[in-house]
Design a protein around this ligand. Structure first.
Ligand code: 5GP
Length: 137
């Protein structure tokens, strides 16, 4: 099977601007900086996305994402940070290797726009909540 681009970065076949590395996690600057310091944190073991990653690995990646966000607030003067992970192409995932975006926010003019607007009209929220609740382990 063809290696994905992040597996190639992990194996040193493609260079990156490294921020952090240990046995399980690698963090580096996104090649397309939607804002100054836009970082990616990835699991060294290949998992397709957040939803298919075992908890232990997922926690290690999230820990590094948290630390990078904290540093970017302190060091770069970011006024906020979006921590984002896309799961499956329908959500916008383009690289099928679990990764977390750390996106510093400064003045609102970043190349990243997150808009959430009510879109579903009348839903039966009690029934919906019950159905999801009953399926959580
Ligand atoms: P996704 O849309 O899958 O959540 O995000 C994938 C991200 O990987 C994109 O923001 C894209 O800019 C970044 N990316 C893709 N190829 C490379 C690469 O070769 N090097 C780096 N540093 N980032 C990459």
């Amino acid at each position: 099977m063809e290696k994905d681009i992040f597996c190639k970065i992990i194996d040193g076949e493609i260079p990156c601007h490294k921020l952090y590395e240990d046995d399980d996690v690698l963090a580096f600057l996104d090649i397309s900086q939607v804002s100054k310091g836009h970082a990616l944190v990835i699991s060294k073991k290949h998992y397709d996305n957040f939803l298919t990653t075992p908890q232990e690995e997922m926690h290690k990646v999230m820990d590094v994402a948290q630390r990078i966000g904290q540093v970017e607030i302190k060091l770069l003067g970011a006024r906020g940070v979006n921590i984002l992970t896309n799961c499956y192409p329908a959500s916008g995932q383009t690289v099928m290797h679990f990764h977390v975006h750390v996106i510093p926010r400064y003045d609102g003019n970043e190349g990243f726009i997150l808009e959430m607007k009510s879109n579903e009209g009348e839903l039966n929220l009690p029934a919906l909540a019950k159905e999801i609740h009953n399926n959580l382990k």
